[in-house]
Design a protein around this ligand. Sequence first.
Ligand code: UDP
Length: 240
Amino acid sequence: TDKEGGRRRFLLKLSGEAFAGGGGLGVDPDVVHKVAREIASVVREGAEIAVVIGGGNFFRGAELQQRGMDRARSDYMGMLGTVMNCLALQDFLEKEGIDSRVQTAITMGQVAEPYIPLRAVRHLEKGRVVIFGAGMGMPYFSTDTTAAQRALEIDAEAMLMGKNGVDGVYDSDPAVNPAAVKFDALEYSEVITRDLKVADATAVTLCRDNKLPILVFELLAEGNIGRAVKGEKIGTLVNG
Ligand code: UDP
């Protein structure tokens, strides 16, 4: 649905892993700059963009748990990691001349606003990018689920999932199986019954139950954020 004045609102979910660039850990400013430039360009063209960034370039709770740490505590570490990604993106958006606000689910007044949905919507209406950090603020959830929840709460028309190194959803892992086949479109039920790697199951069922379309695409391919926002046929579209 078009907003007043014809602006269209999207929730962009960015892979934390992509932010690490070749390094695997931490933030590669060149990657963040590139992503910020593309977001800035779609915002200038009139799109309203809210962002959720993963934290896989810092910590994943489940991985730390496997190495002996308490799950909830490691999940909090994971959530804090996402905030560093948010600040990096905010910095480069500012350099592109785009106003943004970071809102975190765990309050940290010196670095970010608290998550206030109505305020987030006001920021978007004013042309600011809103970057949601610290996931849902709750252990055992993912940033994919956060992205779906935030998309629904701010009434975004779709969740655009920018992935690292894969250009859509395949019937098997294309990195392992060279004969893997890419889907152009999928139904939610297929994603769930075939356990396809779109997002975690909590996120996918939330989208299904609320009919929120999901577009999975390659984040770092030049111009792809613009294509995703314009509804061009890239990646894999999950709806219906
Ligand atoms: N996390 C959490 N609750 C949330 C969101 C994230 O506990 O609502 C933690 C969880 O440990 C997760 C980590 O933050 O592994 C980083 O997020 P995620 O794995 O979703 O990042 P991505 O894989 O998308 O980069």
